[in-house]
Design a protein around this ligand. Structure first.
Ligand code: PMT
Length: 409
């Protein structure tokens, strides 16, 4: 890890909220790294956290008294809980246990940490740590979605062997990766430096000079992702089919018409990308021949011979090295099952499956995020929306960022 990746931590006030989990021991090293990078750290521990590591250790490392009681006359005489809630530039909850996430999602205020989070206006990052079964449980996933929708940032978790002997997702990110992720939250945008290529809109395949084959994609979803990614500091390269939309500020655009032009534009820039997101509704077939003049209505029927277009995302995913590959799937039926099939068949890292007829052209979307778990044939899922495409785009980018961080481990 290069030290300049932590430069934004200098003089930042970080409130480290620790909840109960074996990963609490990693907070000792995390605190040391944060302080070395110039941050000021104050620690709040739940009762469960203190079963795993002592407040004395965290006090020695942070150089500040550790807070753990909501109703503590001595502490209130020093820095009271409301003052503490106003103090940080960032609240980092690490480890964030399943129980804590459930209480936070439920708006509880039964202990010092949940109370502080309700009162604080500071940005909040959560570093989950739990058994893989607890992580995969629908209750936990729903709580996370609620929290992400409220604007909480998810850092991790990582996947691998766990203290309980299981293997799977749920390990807290290592201290160095966590410190780096916190540092990136203080950059002008949380995706600063990330290079994302996004395809959007339909493609058009000419039949003759005045007619073409296409579909109902408006480009709204792809453009919403491009706008939100650029606003978060990513370097966005948008490969756009023909749409009636304004190119978002800060986005580099390449305008194309056909699937083959889209593939060429993607190939020209793919080596410089960290993430590829295929939102475009690419025409799967094109006329075998483009008639050079306008076809006249001289017959009752007209036979068109079509040939397959290249599979853009499939072609890019087959390359090595390759960026994180994110696809979409628009289906009219069996949305999730077809989505899972495309995730696997096209060798993607993440896919958003949505119902086609209600999403094309609409300002809203409901999409199921699908990605591979650590067990063979295991597929994870998370439902985003229904909500406006901009809000869902932010949730999608948060998931993309989480998958990208995990892939860097
Ligand atoms: O543009 P909007 O009106 O906002 O609508 C949004 C949307 C419905 C277009 C979007 O949410 C969506 O679902 N996009 C993918 C549409 C699609 O073509 O899905 P598909 O199942 O045919 O393709 C699966 C994946 O392969 C997609 O990532 C697609 O970009 C990619 N693909 C498909 C065919 C092809 N020849 N090359 C590809 O890269």
């Amino acid at each position: 890890m290069s030290s300049n990746k932590l430069a934004t931590l200098a003089n930042k006030r970080i409130l480290l909220g620790m909840t109960g989990g074996i990963a609490a021991y990693k907070c000792a090293e995390l605190t040391r790294i944060l302080i070395k990078a110039g941050a000021e750290v104050r620690v709040v521990m739940t009762k469960a956290a203190m079963e795993f590591i002592t407040p004395l250790t965290m006090q020695a490392l942070s150089g500040n008294r550790v807070h753990h009681e909501l109703l503590d006359a001595d502490a209130e005489a020093g820095m009271g809980h409301i003052e503490l809630a106003r103090w940080p530039d960032l609240v980092l909850v690490a480890p964030a246990s399943a129980d804590f996430l459930a209480r936070l999602a439920g708006g509880h205020a039964g202990d010092l940490l949940t109370t502080l989070l309700l009162a604080s206006k500071a940005p909040v990052a959560l570093a989950p740590a739990m058994n893989q079964g607890m992580w995969l449980n629908a209750a936990t996933q729903n709580n996370l979605l609620t929290l992400q929708t409220r604007g909480y940032t998810l850092l991790g978790p990582d996947s691998g062997s766990q203290a309980c002997g299981d293997t799977g997702p749920g390990r807290m990110l290592e201290p160095a990766a966590l410190a780096e992720a916190c540092a990136s939250l203080f950059s002008p945008g949380w995706l600063t430096g990330l290079r994302i290529m996004i395809t959007a809109g339909p493609t058009r395949e000419a039949i003759d000079p005045v007619r073409y084959i296409s579909n109902h994609s408006s480009g709204k979803m792809g453009y919403a992702l491009a706008a939100e990614a650029a606003a978060a500091g990513a370097r966005v390269s948008l490969i756009s089919g023909p749409v009636n939309l304004t190119v978002p500020e800060g986005v580099q655009v390449v305008q194309v018409v056909t699937a083959r032009e889209m593939l060429d534009a993607c190939l020209a820039g793919i080596d410089a990308q960290d993430v590829f997101v295929g939102v475009a509704a690419v025409a799967d077939y094109r006329p075998a021949e483009v008639v050079s003049h306008k076809i006249k209505k001289t017959t009752d029927t007209l036979q068109l011979s079509l040939v397959r277009n290249p599979d853009i995302i499939g072609t890019l995913a087959a390359r090595s090295p390759r960026p994180l590959m994110v696809g979409f799937a628009a289906e009219t039926d069996n949305v999730e099952a077809y989505g899972e099939d495309k995730l696997t068949r096209k060798r993607l890292d993440l896919l958003f499956a949505n119902e086609a007829t209600t999403t094309f052209g609409s300002d809203a979307i409901c999409a199921t995020a699908l990605w591979h778990g650590t067990e063979p044939h295991q597929i994870m899922s998370n439902v985003l929306g229904p909500a406006g495409k901009s809000l869902v785009a932010r949730q999608m980018l948060s998931l993309i960022h989480t998958r990208w961080l995990a892939a860097q481990q």
